[in-house]
Design a protein around this ligand. Structure first.
Ligand SMILES: NC(=O)c1ccc[n+]([C@@H]2O[C@H](COP(=O)([O-])OP(=O)(O)OC[C@H]3O[C@@H](n4cnc5c(N)ncnc54)[C@H](O)[C@@H]3O)[C@@H](O)[C@H]2O)c1
Length: 317
């Protein structure tokens, strides 16, 4: 079977991680790149040796034989580009956030439903091997009873402050992680306020009730001391506290005893190098559904919006 021919649209900072994952993926060949910024294209040519370079992604879609496209722009231009790729019948990886609002995500979902192609949303925490192994242990111990996440930063980027959706554009990673571990959310009791001394920075706390009966807490605060990304997940006799600020450092307890992180069965979840790109290849080859679909991402975006607006009560559909 021949390798999948891949293109990237938007060759910025975050795309570099996708360049690396595609390069390391034995069943993918990167054949073209589009970016409106010519200096970014020149850098791409130097750094990654790609010669089919386009400033107009539509021209690239017309002129290049492709199977898969990675759309790596900021959320403003992303929705139209993803819709064009899906309408062209190309399997599409959608960078997070999937649009600026859940209506954008729904628009991409409608395009996917009319297309023969698959879309995967790059909610990449779902694919971290440590997260997958902990999810397996949680379920082996009767399923989650409580999950919590912290996503803090000294300040938001200028772009996030301009658009204003602090949770959907940034902390979405950990909102989605809670859903990945505990499932659909039934109710949200959220508070949102701006930092008194830094009025352009937002702070959010949310208590969640999952349809399974599991409880949850999401905290995201800007204008605080340091960038911290943590989550915890508990079953009846199981607890994991995971620091993802740098790497995936897990403190795990089973039946009152510490359980070493190197005891996690990473082979059972695809090995230590498993990632979203490998998963997408498997889905395309085996005609299976990705773990992070646009349909599921609509739910994550709706939850982000509820937290952002300080919603209290059942989660609106
Ligand atoms: N998953 C993660 O952990 C993570 C981390 C950082 C950023 N991101 C996300 O990645 C996205 C991009 O962030 P970034 O930091 O790489 O931004 P960036 O500005 O460095 O890169 C975006 C690139 O898209 C290009 N672009 C914009 N419009 C285009 C168009 N119409 N056609 C072709 N190219 C176009 C820009 O010229 C730029 O090179 C953001 O949505 C951000 O939220 C995700």
């Amino acid at each position: 079977m021949s390798n999948l021919k891949v293109a990237i649209i938007g060759a910025g900072g975050h795309a570099q991680g996708h360049f690396a994952m595609i390069k390391n993926e034995p069943e993918m060949d990167l054949v073209a790149v589009a970016d409106i910024d010519e200096s970014r294209l020149a850098h791409t040519s130097d750094e990654h040796g790609v010669t089919a370079l386009f400033t107009d992604y539509r021209e690239m879609l017309e002129k290049t034989a492709l199977d898969v496209v990675y759309v790596e722009t900021f959320p403003g231009p992303l929705t139209d580009i993803v819709v064009d790729c899906l309408e062209a019948g190309l399997h599409t990886s959608v960078e997070k956030p999937p649009g600026v609002t859940s209506d954008d995500t729904r628009r991409m979902l409608e395009a996917e439903r009319k297309s023969s192609a698959k879309a995967i949303v790059s909610l990449n925490r779902r694919y971290f091997p440590t997260v997958l192994a902990i999810k397996n242990l949680l379920n082996e111990h009767g399923g989650p009873v409580h999950v919590a996440a912290t996503y803090n930063k000294p300040q938001a980027s200028e772009r996030i402050r301009e658009v204003g959706h602090f949770i959907s554009l940034d902390a979405i990673h950990h909102v989605d992680l809670l859903r990945w571990l505990a499932g659909d959310v039934a109710e949200v009791y959220a508070e949102a306020w701006s930092a008194p001394t830094h009025p352009s920075e937002m702070r959010h706390n949310a208590v969640l009730k999952f349809t399974s009966g599991c409880g949850g807490v999401m905290m995201s605060h800007y204008a605080v001391g340091y960038r911290i990304q943590r989550f915890e997940a508990h079953a009846e006799d199981f607890s994991a506290y995971v620091d993802m600020t740098r790497g995936q450092n897990a403190e795990i307890y089973i039946e009152g005893e510490p359980f070493p992180q190197d005891g996690l069965d990473l082979d059972a979840v695809g090995g230590p190098d498993f990632n979203e790109t490998r998963h997408f290849v498997e889905c395309i080859r085996n005609d299976t559904t990705p773990w992070s679909t646009l349909e599921d991402a609509v739910k994550t975006m709706r939850l982000c919006e509820a937290i952002e607006t300080g919603h209290k009560g059942p989660l609106p559909a």
